[in-house]
Design a protein around this ligand. Structure first.
Ligand code: ADP
Length: 505
């Protein structure tokens, strides 16, 4: 893939920018393209275009709006392999995951497009026979979408597909690491004939995202990304009356392995949770909490697997782990590995700095690292078992006692995104289901691999508002309780008198 000059997409036009930035393949360092870095002026132009397009777009029926999305869906289905390869080249996920990103994007478009033909709202009974009451939804207007690099095609559609079908117009700020994937999405939207101004994209960094959040016309912000940035957005937006932010952020996710676990299931579940996407999913596990009775055997098998998981060229189908996204991220991950060491944990696998022969030929410019596995007794003061790393860095933490203790440890972080329990005992599974402080909880599965028809999001510091398929409708619409009187007389509920009393009576 060669270099190409590309723009923002604002009001139906490609717009160049004075300042630019480059996208790179994280497996090789090869440049993939040059993109404009959005300014406050670009953001304002995009918001204005979205505002102007809003009335025309909301006037269409749900089904007409969804028709455009079906065209996007068909393209995603027809071009899954090609777009999957683009994802792998720009964000470094191995090719099966690159492809899965496109499949997930298609599902995220299919869900709201199909939902367009389903009932929207409720018919609600009234105390007064002559009254008809309904709960109806209205679009909120211009929705600002800010997305991360790790699902560069799927997550933008989590935000935008529902927002658009519900009648909103959007201004999207894609991740600075994956502008080429963003450009491909803009092309899909254009090919689907989405009217000018309904979909707008401003490329750029965090300051471009901040300009979008700060814009006074943008009442609704959908954000997926780091806890640090998301909390900043949630508190900024939360302080402005009428504004709303739905944020999905990271976690310090855990897999619990009880004394009743089937280790043949527990080991792969933990390996997939910890190392898939090189640990760079918001749902990746960085803690495995294991009952003392099965700890030694689990540890032996987990360590054995972590020592040999295949790191390599992400375009090669035999690769399990690709590179990290960028050099800074690699520094951060290695820094967290050092921190764990300094905190005195017992390191079991250290593939942080890979040997030269582990780095695929021609990929010396990539951001390579491998599994870092350590064990430690639980200690509330250890930073390494409480702070999110976003890399293949995982703690094995033994526990004794009942499932209550395991759940206490699972809950001992400020986050609450995803987690899983491995057990053959239904009482343990149900206890975990009811007491683990999580938005996404799994039994006898890895804690990754959510499907679009379930709500996706977290509790505690991991988020609010669930910016994905099902629950996002709440964030991008306002409810109207609409009541119509069919009688010529006014009759009120609660026995409230409708009589007008006057002084001369
Ligand atoms: P990650 O660690 O996954 O890159 P970030 O939270 O840094 O997560 O980035 C997620 C998205 O948020 C990106 O599109 C990024 O440019 C954007 N972003 C970063 N900082 C800000 C900010 N202060 N305000 C708004 N958006 C931001």
């Amino acid at each position: 893939m060669g270099m190409s000059a590309t723009g923002h997409y604002i009001g139906g036009e490609w717009i160049e920018g004075a300042e630019t930035f480059e996208s790179h393949n994280p497996a090789t360092g090869e440049p993939l393209g040059t993109f404009p870095r959005g300014t406050e002026t670009d953001v304002a132009a995009a918001v204005e275009a979205a505002g102007s397009a809003f009335e025309g777009w909301r006037k269409l029926s749900y089904i007409d709006r969804a028709e455009h999305l079906w065209d996007v869906y068909t393209e995603l289905k027809n071009r899954t392999d090609e777009l999957g390869e683009l994802v792998t080249r720009e964000c470094g996920k191995e090719i099966n995951e690159g492809r899965a990103d496109i499949v997930e994007a298609a599902h995220m478009v299919e869900w709201p497009a199909g939902n367009a033909r389903h009932p929207h709202g409720d018919v609600v009974p009234s105390e007064i026979a002559a009254k008809d009451s309904y709960m109806r939804r209205k679009p909120r207007g211009v929705v600002g979408c800010i997305t991360p690099w790790n699902f560069p095609i799927a997550i933008p559609f989590w935000h935008m597909a529902v927002a658009l079908v519900e009648g909103n117009t959007v201004v999207w700020k894609p991740a600075e690491q994956t502008p080429k994937c963003a450009h491909a999405i803009a092309e899909l939207m254009i090919d689907a004939g989405i009217p000018d101004g309904v979909f707008n994209m401003v490329q750029g960094y965090g300051d471009t995202g901040a300009a979008l959040v700060d814009h006074e016309t943008v009442d609704t912000v959908l954000f997926t990304g780091s806890a640090e940035v998301g909390q900043g957005i949630a508190s900024k937006v939360g302080g402005t009356p009428g504004k709303l932010a739905a944020c999905e952020m990271g976690g310090k996710n855990a897999v619990v392995v009880t004394e009743h676990a089937d280790l043949d299931l527990a080991v792969p579940a933990a390996v997939l949770s910890a190392f898939k996407t090189t640990g760079q999913r918001c749902v990746s596990a960085e803690r495995v909490i294991v009952h003392a009775d099965v700890y030694d055997e689990f540890k032996r098998r987990f360590v054995e697997a972590a020592a040999i998981v295949a790191i390599g060229d992400p375009l090669d189908g035999d690769t399990f782990m690709g590179p990290l996204i960028e050099a800074d991220q690699r520094e951060r991950v290695l820094g967290h590995n050092d921190l764990a060491r300094e905190e005195g944990v017992e390191v079991l696998v250290d593939r942080g700095e890979l040997d030269d022969d582990e780095i695929p030929e021609g990929h010396e410019g990539g951001h390579w690292t491998g599994p870092f596995v350590y064990e430690t007794a639980y200690d509330p003061d250890l930073r390494c078992i409480h702070e999110e790393v976003f890399g293949p860095h995982v703690a094995l933490i033994p526990y004794e006692g009942g499932v209550e203790r395991a759940v206490e440890l699972q809950n001992s972080t400020p986050y609450g995104l995803a987690g899983s329990i491995i057990s053959e005992d239904y009482r343990q599974l149900n206890y975990y289901r009811d007491h683990a402080e999580l938005g996404l909880a799994y039994g006898n599965l890895p804690c990754i691999g959510a499907e679009v028809q379930l709500p996706f999001g977290g509790v505690k510091k991991s988020g609010n508002g669930y910016p994905s398929a099902r629950e996002i409708i709440e964030a991008v619409t306002e409810r109207t309780a609409w009541t119509l009187n069919n009688s010529p007389d006014i009759e009120l509920a609660q026995g409230l008198s409708a009589e007008l009393k006057t002084d001369d009576q």
